[in-house]
Write a protein that binds this ligand. Sequence first.
Ligand SMILES: Cc1cc2nc3c(=O)[nH]c(=O)nc-3n(C[C@H](O)[C@H](O)[C@H](O)COP(=O)(O)OP(=O)(O)OC[C@H]3O[C@@H](n4cnc5c(N)ncnc54)[C@H](O)[C@@H]3O)c2cc1C
Length: 506
Amino acid sequence: MSSTNGSRSGAPSVLVIGAGFGGIGLGIRLKQAGVESFTLLEKADGVGGVWRHNTYPGLTCDVPSHLYSFSFEPKHDWSRRYPRRTEILQYLEDCVDEYGLRPHLRTRIEVTGARFDEESGMWRVRTADGEELESDVLVSATGQLGLPKYPDIPGLERFEGELFHSAHWNHDHDLTGKRVASLGTGASAIQYLPEIAPVTEQLYVFQRSPSWVVPKPDRPYRPRQRKLFRMFPWIQAISRFMVFLRFEILIGALTNARWIAAPYRRGYARRLEQHISDPVLRDKLLPDFPLGCKRVLISNDYLPMLARPNVDLVTEPVREVGRDRVITGDGVEREVDTIILGTGFQANDFLAPMEIHGRDGRELNEVWRELDGAEAYLGLAVSGFPNMFMLYGPNTNLGAGSIIFMLESQIEFVVAAVRQLAETGARWMEVREEAQTAFNREVQERLKDTVWTAGCASWYRTESGKVVNNWPGFTVEYRRRTRRPDPADFRLAGAPQPAGSGLQAA
Ligand SMILES: Cc1cc2nc3c(=O)[nH]c(=O)nc-3n(C[C@H](O)[C@H](O)[C@H](O)COP(=O)(O)OP(=O)(O)OC[C@H]3O[C@@H](n4cnc5c(N)ncnc54)[C@H](O)[C@@H]3O)c2cc1C
């Protein structure tokens, strides 16, 4: 134990940065545990996270609704198997109301940084408005896909037409009859391209590398089905479990049982034959890396869209952008009046641009730079940053499955940690460096056997190739390992106080 600050009585205060699925879920579980001393700080003017920020046409979840929702708050009347953006956003708004989170929520508050004060054992949090807030525990729930990534293409700033990122869709710009260039063919692009292709005069789809695309077994739920889910919630629970099981099997395909992916690969090759008559185009669309190395895409209308006469797939790299054109490496110039950047997110920059200073004033991004990329113990805690926890932190993303399942594991861990602080009266808890190092050595070792290190560039990896986003195993394993903080892996500081915490079992 390095410091013995005085003990604290009662539940610790908690500041949560972000009010997406992570922040909202944590708020609900803290409340259910009897912790009322928490605040959610959200920079946007409302809750929902990525489901509020992204508004591009066609935005739909690629995990069935029964699994892409909180286990403790099943919604029986989802309109369809794969929910659309507005329905998910409404679900989150309803959660906030139902569990009485509004009094705990402060919107339009952007956290710019935080500093741990060793003397008092408190976090001092700064906001963009210059406000300073204080809390015992700090939790970041800022997501992995919040910062749009802009490509570094010469001349992009010179472009005189309309240019926007898919995460900031310009709904005032009518694409009807326009010549449009769309850069990137990731999960967002594959959803908006089929929506805009029919109205554009010409659509150029710029692809850096192809992706494996699997079909989307989507369908609306009939009123009778919804009634059944409401009357017999166990039917929905079974449906949820079956979806969960299917994703766990898929995770096997991405980690160490690649033979499981064979039917998906064959299925994609068959659908290419079916929808794309041009063999050259078919070749361009067939990945030469294993399924899942880049994020697997799920769509029924992407391939038919590419076969449209007004759509061109361009695989030459973009060399530069002119006033009214996109120029590729082979010198071909394509005149366009709109450029859409479907170039994804800065997924490796966890918590940036916030500056978080831990013990001894060490800055988190600096620490991670020294480690050649972000890492944390179970994706949740970093040594040197006491009483700070991350939701959806490093190595907790999935190649297949619901992020909500992972978030719930992390939420239970944080609630258990808060309870432990309250019960022991300790000022703070900090993960031991040895535990963090051992965990990350194991994770990186296991990642070597996965598809994510099998020779493709993806947003899961840093420039040096380290996989910093993905969890290398099944989600049940993650659930088991995050059940509660292991006392052997954490050190507590402050006077022990074995008296009861007054908190309820959540
Ligand atoms: C377009 C898109 C589609 C997706 N589709 C799927 C899918 O189909 N299935 C799936 O499993 N996952 C999907 N994801 C991943 C998604 O990120 C997670 O499923 C989940 O929504 C993450 O929730 P979160 O609360 O951790 O983060 P977010 O939803 O990103 O919420 C973070 C919140 O923190 C706020 N915030 C950030 N920084 C600050 C700050 N400094 N101060 C204050 N507030 C701040 C943000 O405004 C935001 O509201 C998708 C992501 C995107 C971008």
